[in-house]
Design a protein around this ligand. Sequence first.
Ligand SMILES: [Zn+2]
Length: 483
Amino acid sequence: MEPVMHQVWPKVFQPLRRALILSKRSHSGCAEHSVVLEPPTSRRIRPPHLVSRLYQPSHLRDVGQETRLQAEMTCKSQRLMQKAGLIHPSNPGCYYYLPATVRSMEKLVRVIDEEMQQIGGQKLDMPSLCSANLWKTSERWDLMGKELFRLKDRHDGDYCLGPTHEEAVTTLVAHQTTLSYKQLPLLLYQITRKFRDEPKPRFGLLRGREFYMKDMYSFDVSEEAAHRTYESVCHAYTRLFARLGLHCVQVQADTGMIGGKLSHEFQLPADIGEDNLLVCGNCSFSANVETLSSDDKSCPQCKTGTLSESKGIEVGHTFYLGKKYSQIFNASFSNAQNRSCVTEMGCYGLGVTRILAAAIEVLSTEEGIRWPGLIAPYQVCVLPPKKGSKVDEVTLLADDLVHLLGEALPCLRGEVVVDDRTQMTIGKRLKDAKILGYPYVVVVGQGALEDTPRFEVICQHTDEKMFLSKEALLDLLTKVETI
Ligand SMILES: [Zn+2]
């Protein structure tokens, strides 16, 4: 009988359901009256997610795992994500992304898609299995050293699992012999799994060997045009982090293995960050330490300010490449005079899984996750009272409320979770809700018995507690931004 209690019944059937439940109660122990009808099926209404049914394995049996984890370098985001059943370790630097994480990642991907397409980006998908020939052509087959995951096919052909795709995308564009200046700038991007044989994978999703990245490549007619494209991508990145509510600094960076002439990193300041930044207290100048001569502590931009050190997690990287790859692979276009010219390129990365973990790292408390609101796996968690408690009867109101949220707030469809583990106290479930970090938790308890029922609402971002009527609650939740 139990599961039926928590299914959502379409509104017209609510009185019937109520009557059934009441009759069941007054005849407790009487088998013939305890038959509850299955709710009529409806294509229109999506049932809420029930915590008892969500796959969030948080109590793990593998003791060896636990010991291994303690031996590895861990950080807040990794601890919280494992505790909440968001990720599960497999091989070093590789994780299972569990359902709530995938929900959040899909939202993040939608935000990224919006921002990239806003500046003209077109999404494609390139093979992860990359032929060594391309990498030998660019001479990176040897340069990359042990970071590259290499493998052989049955014909003894060399391949690598792509950590980045400059060679692949440039070859693709080079294959188009009719590319016209009218089609430029061309911005192609993908969001795919990338592979890097890290010497020391650590910090959960922050430094893994298998991860998701957005990589975009731009092709322009001239250096000047390429710089404009570069700027527009940097602006898109800045907008993206602002939408996520993350404080991100854009710093001048080393071009490293990718090469090129101009490069910036997008860094989230955090103590566990692996990059050392120098930030001027006087102007907007900031740089990765690697790019400055070691002893110079005065700001090269304003000359008067002093630079202070801070740690950062790199979440994005932009490079102006010039003709480095387009020359090698002959990615050319025909100009207005119908002459063939080599394109000017840029490449732009965003660590998708890393953004997720870094956001949790910088926003959360030690007790619980705080998500960027826009990409929280679920927006609202409703807690009905404990079964058998003195306010047990408001369970019906909790069901009504969940139903109402689905009806009145289309943007919250699929975003509401009901913690139906009513054998547990509210306090215990609140603790779990805190770890998981639903932005809004609604407790249906004592207050729901008042003449004008009121609900306890906890905004987990601010720890603010409110008692709201149904109308005020709807009003509050209407403002929740979803994607
Ligand atoms: Zn300065």
